[in-house]
Design a protein around this ligand. Structure first.
Ligand SMILES: Cc1cc2nc3c(=O)[nH]c(=O)nc-3n(C[C@H](O)[C@H](O)[C@H](O)COP(=O)(O)OP(=O)(O)OC[C@H]3O[C@@H](n4cnc5c(N)ncnc54)[C@H](O)[C@@H]3O)c2cc1C
Length: 437
């Protein structure tokens, strides 16, 4: 059995090349670390590409920069190369503190990949991390692909799997609630003209389909609102799948099948309605994207109260600014930040409790459910990824575990790579001036 493994070494192994992992890998690579990035999909981007959740939030909010650095660089270049236009960040969005930025999910992974390659990152697609054991001052990982079995020795591991998989494989402390947010299969419908539809008769047909069981409440998660709103939004981000679990392939398969089956039911219903006979699926993601799963139990756990108060942690390494956004069976629980409140992300929330040479970033951040619902958004994941990449690179450079790297050096490196970094002692002044884009 042992003979089939190829063994290789690197400074830093990034597990999971999604929203967070590509940024972590690029940052570590640009800071001089020899990086391997293992991603089980055939291209990078994770939820942003395979889930088609393509509007990361927030890079600017409340008149100031929240997230900069590599994530912003990548998003900005994607918008430019796809011929898109960035929003005017100085203009407020009703009901929101900031703008999400749409990025083309077909182009984003191409640029992310190019930046990884230029940073010297060794890309290992379609390879799954299956084991992680301590080895000396670091780790030995097992990774399996089609016809490939690797043992990878790394000084530092950054868990960007979205479900704390690396930390769980290493036996680290993780939590997952009984109650979790739903998943969503992202799709876009087309082939109809909303202005030509009879909203009232559609509504009656929709209510009847719900009562008859042909449709289910999660097929339109805002089902207490008129169906015409669903049609105006082309169905995008309006389906809820319960349960949705990405922590193993069997459960992810179940969620993805359920997402497609519910879309089929909706499509069949819609095509029977006057004016919707030509309704078609213009676009659909390959998998049902999952909002919530396993999180690490970190040296620090961000709570909803701390988040809403905008606590400036002494070990803060990034800003965040999304609202509390917990999707559930019957809708969404939202709590907005008061004007002028800017939450921060502490480094301790990326450090699995009691563990060395390993960090977790993105959806696996140590936080309660409320804080998590805000911290999980794309731009915040990118900021965490960059911070983890910087800490890991400095750890390798100085020969100490990432958790012991002085915060000043992490912040200095992050700033040198364009990140927006909180400064303890300065609560109200923005780190960067508002940037008209
Ligand atoms: C339906 C939905 C709508 C959302 N809407 C928005 C929105 O509008 N704006 C916003 O900013 N955020 C939104 N979010 C949140 C945000 O998109 C995600 O929380 C964020 O992208 C998660 O990033 P991540 O890097 O932690 O995880 P992911 O992007 O999921 O990356 C994890 C990666 O790890 C890989 N992986 C997992 N296990 C292994 C393994 N064992 N070996 C190798 N690779 C592995 C996966 O393939 C994946 O690529 C939404 C989320 C969902 C689900």
């Amino acid at each position: 059995m042992g003979g089939k493994f190829r063994t290789e070494s690197c400074d830093c192994l990034v597990a999971g090349g999604g929203t967070t992992g590509v940024i972590a890998a690029i940052q570590a690579g640009r800071a001089g670390a020899d990086v391997i990035l293992t991603e089980m999909n055939p291209l990078p981007g994770g939820t942003m590409t395979f889930g088609k959740v393509s509007s990361p939030a927030y890079f600017f909010a409340g008149g100031r920069r929240i997230v900069g650095g590599i994530g912003w660089e990548l998003v900005k270049e994607t918008v430019e190369l796809s011929g898109g236009k960035l929003p005017d960040f100085r203009v407020p969005v009703p009901g929101h503190t900031g703008h999400a930025v749409y990025v083309d999910p077909n182009l984003y992974p191409l640029l992310a990949e190019e930046k990884c390659l230029r940073a010297g990152v060794r890309l290992r697609y379609q390879e799954i991390l299956t084991a992680l054991r301590p080895l000396g001052n670091g780790w030995e990982a097992e990774v399996t692909g089609n016809g490939v079995f690797r043992k990878i020795r790394a000084h530092e591991v950054i868990d960007c799997t979205g479900d704390a998989t690396a930390v769980r494989l290493a036996g680290g402390p993780c939590v997952r609630g009984e109650e979790r947010q739903p998943g969503t299969l992202e799709f876009q419908l087309s082939g109809y003209d909303c202005a030509a539809l009879d909203a009232d008769s559609l509504e009656r047909a929709f209510r009847k389909a719900l009562a008859d069981g042909e449709l289910q409440p999660g097929d339109y998660c805002d089902a207490d609102r008129p169906l015409i709103r669903y049609l105006r939004s082309r169905g995008y981000n309006l389906q809820h799948i319960f349960p949705a679990d990405a922590s193993d392939s069997e459960k992810q398969t179940g969620a993805s099948i359920a997402g497609r089956q519910r879309l089929l039911a909706m499509l069949r219903f819609l095509r029977r309605q006057p004016g919707l006979e030509n309704c078609v699926i213009a676009d659909a993601a390959p998998l049902t994207a999952v909002r919530e799963g396993w999180r690490i139990l970190g040296e620090r756990t961000v709570t909803e109260d701390e988040y809403l108060q905008g606590v400036l942690y002494e070990d803060a390494i990034a800003w965040s600014s999304y609202f509390i956004d917990v999707h559930h069976e019957t809708g969404v629980r939202r709590r907005h930040l008061a004007p002028g409140v800017f939450p921060t992300i502490p480094f301790g929330a990326l450090i699995p409790r009691g563990m060395k040479h390993i960090l977790a970033a993105g959806r696996s951040i140590s936080s309660d459910r409320g804080a998590f619902s805000a911290l999980r958004v794309g731009a915040s994941c990118m900021a965490m990824g960059q911070a983890a990449g910087a800490a890991a690179a400095l750890a390798v450079r100085t020969g100490i575990p990432s958790r012991e790297v002085p915060l000043d050096s992490i912040r200095e490196l992050l700033r040198a790579h364009g990140a927006a970094v909180p400064v303890p002692g300065i609560v109200t002044e923005p780190e960067y001036p508002e940037e008209p884009v």
